[in-house]
Design a binder for this molecule. Structure first.
Ligand code: GDP
Ligand code: IMO
Ligand code: MG
Length: 423
């Protein structure tokens, strides 16, 4: 019996949704442990395409239990919208989904604060998803937040919400932003609470019970290692621990119960939002990658910045997360490129770095040192076995794993479940 954590090893959108969906086959419980509806995880099942934001990507497998852990920040209205959207498409959610009573709630004032702060930052903005994630986590850490369990005691909830809206409206007024109506927010959230009540529970006890029963638990990371609040390219990060440790703090299982960590990485690199990206291609080559990989945000629709694979980043991710298995996705996107590059180190002037500098200003100045590869120039999307891959593709993959320092366990050559090659 195993506990698996799956994380994104780059800047998010690595294809976690697809791999989670595949691994769910063997899992009993799938758990989101951090982030909120800033995430956008795409799963293609046959001709159907689903984009999950808050609900674990395992939900598409009937009968599996999905958990939104206490480390997640939950916008109840967005959650209901997602549940309804899945129900309309025939996906059974009720009875299979649980939400932690200790997960913090995202309110409209968090979204307004998010947008306001981004505007204030001007050129220095983070490029957030404007889902209120940063302000919601800020309230959690400041010990002024409301939690999903609070939704279950209407009077107390209303009292605290009134206070929060009074405080935040004062900020909005002083910045010329239209204040919120307490009555309206309270009405909407109380109505949402009534519907969500059966789902809200103590998920820590639920998960540790599943552990005792030797069930297979799969933790689904959102975002990616380089967006982690502690390990990422701060301040151009999200506000939670997207790395493997987050599964313990945001899910509630002890560290010594984790059996394996799967790191998902694209065969190249993308990033949405601002911040350093040493291998970024701001040229036709980058445009080609974006077009071939359909690199547009699953949550915001923004074009993703594209660049070569960065082994400094992947090595760092393997180290931070204890990744023992690598899933490399979107190999097929490189099928028609005659030449490929992989970053093996950074250079600033004459100084060489083989680890990721924490100083974001220094990272901005880093220039990649590349190893060049010949492309394989043939389609891979229909292949099902590693040995069928063109030799040059195998050389490329082996080198990615070697540079990263972990075992290659899976290669993805298309968005569909069937387009997956075990190694
Ligand atoms: P996530 O946030 O990590 O779950 O990733 P996203 O869903 O935001 O972005 C990954 C995109 O790539 C989605 O549109 C997937 O359907 C798609 N995808 C996943 N794996 C592959 C693959 O191997 N090849 C191709 N071409 N697309 C893939
Ligand atoms: P998935 O789970 C890619 C980025 C935003 C921004 C920064 C902070 O689909 O991989 P936030 O709204 O979290 O305060 O924004 O983080 N970001 C993501 N980028 N994929 C995601 O999720 C992301 N979630 C947040 O673009 O740069
Ligand atoms: Mg995504």
């Amino acid at each position: 019996m195993a506990v698996t954590i799956l994380i994104g090893a780059q800047w998010g959108d690595e294809g976690k949704g697809k791999i989670i969906d595949l691994l769910t086959e063997k899992a009993d419980v799938v758990v989101r442990y951090q982030g909120g509806n800033n995430a956008g995880h795409t799963v293609e099942v046959g001709d159907e395409k689903y984009i999950l934001h808050l609900i674990p990507s395992g939900i598409l497998h009937p009968g599996k239990v999905s958990v939104i852990g206490h480390g997640v920040v939950v916008d109840p209205l967005a959650l209901l919208q997602e549940i309804d959207g899945l129900h309309e498409r025939g996906v059974q959610v009720t009875g299979n989904l649980y939400v932690s009573d200790a997960a913090h709630v995202v309110f409209p004032y968090h979204r307004l604060l998010d947008a306001m702060r981004e505007k204030q930052k001007g050129k220095g903005k983070i490029g957030t998803t404007k889902r209120g994630i940063g302000p919601a986590y800020a309230d959690k850490v400041a010990r002024t937040g409301l939690r999903m369990g609070d939704l279950l005691t209407p009077d107390r909830f209303a009292e605290r919400l009134r206070q929060k809206i009074r405080e935040t409206n004062a900020i909005f007024r002083s910045h010329g932003v239209k204040p919120l109506s307490f009555a309206r927010v309270n009405r909407e959230y109380q109505a949402a609470a009534k519907r969500l009540k059966p789902l809200i529970t103590d998920t820590v006890t639920l998960l540790n019970g599943a552990l005792r029963e030797k069930q297979e638990i799969l933790f689904e990371g959102a975002q990616g290692t380089l967006l982690d609040i502690d390990f990422g390219t701060y301040p151009f990060v999200t506000s939670s621990n997207a790395t493997a440790g987050g599964a313990c703090t945001g899910g509630g299982i002890p560290p010594n119960r984790i059996d394996r960590v799967v790191g998902v990485m694209k065969a190249y690199t993308t990033r949405v939002g601002e911040g350093p990206f040493p291998t970024e291609l701001v040229n036709k080559q980058g445009d080609r990658l974006r077009a071939a990989g359909q690199e547009f945000g699953a949550t915001t629709g923004r074009p993703r910045r594209c660049g070569w694979f960065d082994a400094v980043v992947s090595r760092y991710s393997v180290m931070i997360n204890g990744i023992n298995e690598l899933a490399v996705t979107k190999m097929d996107v490189l099928d028609q490129l005659p030449k490929l590059r992989v970053c093996v180190g950074y250079k600033v002037g004459r100084k060489v770095y083989d680890t990721l500098p924490h100083d974001v200003a220094l990272l901005q100045r880093c220039r990649p040192i590349y190893q060049d590869f010949d492309g394989w120039m043939s389609p891979t999307g229909h292949l099902t076995e590693f040995d069928q891959l063109p030799k040059r593709a195998r050389v490329y993959l082996r080198r990615l794993a070697e540079l990263s320092g972990a075992q290659l366990s899976l290669v993805s050559v298309g968005a569909r479940r069937s387009q997956t090659i075990p190694v």
